[in-house]
Design a protein around this ligand. Structure first.
Ligand SMILES: [Zn+2]
Length: 120
């Protein structure tokens, strides 16, 4: 994992990915594969129950800083404060509401255009 951290003050122009949470490995944070009630990490081999899977934020954003455009990806728990809950908590709410109404609750077409301080 890259330990260098930079702060970027930029305007968010667009959200690039509609699915911004993913099931993540408890050990290495890689995307895990959920197959019939089991989870499996292709990277480190960690296995567990699918119902206990942790979720992680992954936001791909197009941002503007001064006159330059950047494509950045923001990962992990630094987004908890932005969303007001953890990715696992958000997934639980989305899953519950998707069970009630059959709409793609994870699809959003617009992004906030406010200035946000982002960890890169
Ligand atoms: Zn892993």
């Amino acid at each position: 994992m890259n330990r260098r951290r930079k702060f970027l003050l930029a305007s968010v122009l667009a959200l690039q990915n509609s699915s911004f949470i993913y099931p993540s490995c408890q050990k290495c944070f890689s995307r895990i594969i959920l197959v019939s009630k089991r989870s499996n990490c292709p990277k480190c081999g960690f296995t567990g129950k699918a119902e206990n899977a942790n979720y992680r934020y992954r936001l791909s954003l197009k941002v503007a800083e001064s006159n330059r455009l950047f494509g950045i990806t923001v990962f992990g728990s630094c987004l908890d404060a932005f969303f007001g809950l953890t990715a696992t908590g958000l997934h639980r709410i989305l899953k519950t509401s998707m069970d009630k109404v059959q709409v793609p609750a994870t699809s959003y077409s617009s992004a906030p255009t406010t200035k946000e301080k982002l960890k890169h």
